[in-house]
Write a protein that binds this ligand. Structure first.
Ligand code: AMP
Length: 112
């Protein structure tokens, strides 16, 4: 089973920020910003490229959980960035779909 499936099923410990029936948000173990949270579906989806029409509602839930994380961590005013790395060139290293929520410093653009 993949690493993030194990986190979703509480088989591996994570610092969980939010959780519901369909998704989990937890702190990234190697934070790239003062706040760095990952939002994952409990369903194993390898990457955004592997998502289908059947995942439409789930994808919406993930974005809303990212927003809920921002609200819970008081980021709505200062701002935050959501990122989905998709595939090798984008730097995806864990092949279970996840949304990065990054905040707490001025983030530059374009990303590296
Ligand atoms: P990506 O490079 O977009 O696939 O992002 C994967 C992220 O997962 C990286 O930022 C890692 O630091 C993070 N990560 C890997 N293992 C863990 C873990 N056990 N708990 C929390 N975050 C993790």
């Amino acid at each position: 089973m993949c690493l993030f499936c194990k986190i979703a099923q509480h088989e591996i410990k994570a610092n969980i920020v939010l959780e519901d029936e369909h998704a989990v948000a937890f702190r990234d173990i190697n934070a790239a910003a003062p706040t760095h949270v990952l939002v994952i579906p409990k369903k194993h989806i390898v990457s955004l490229s592997e998502a289908t029409e059947a995942d439409q509602a789930l994808l919406g839930r993930l974005l809303l959980m990212a927003r809920a994380v921002a609200e819970k961590l008081d980021l709505l005013n200062a701002g935050y960035r959501t990122v989905v790395n998709n595939g090798t060139d984008a730097g995806q290293s864990v092949f279970h779909l996840h949304i990065h929520v990054l905040a707490g410093r001025k983030l530059t653009w374009p990303p590296g």
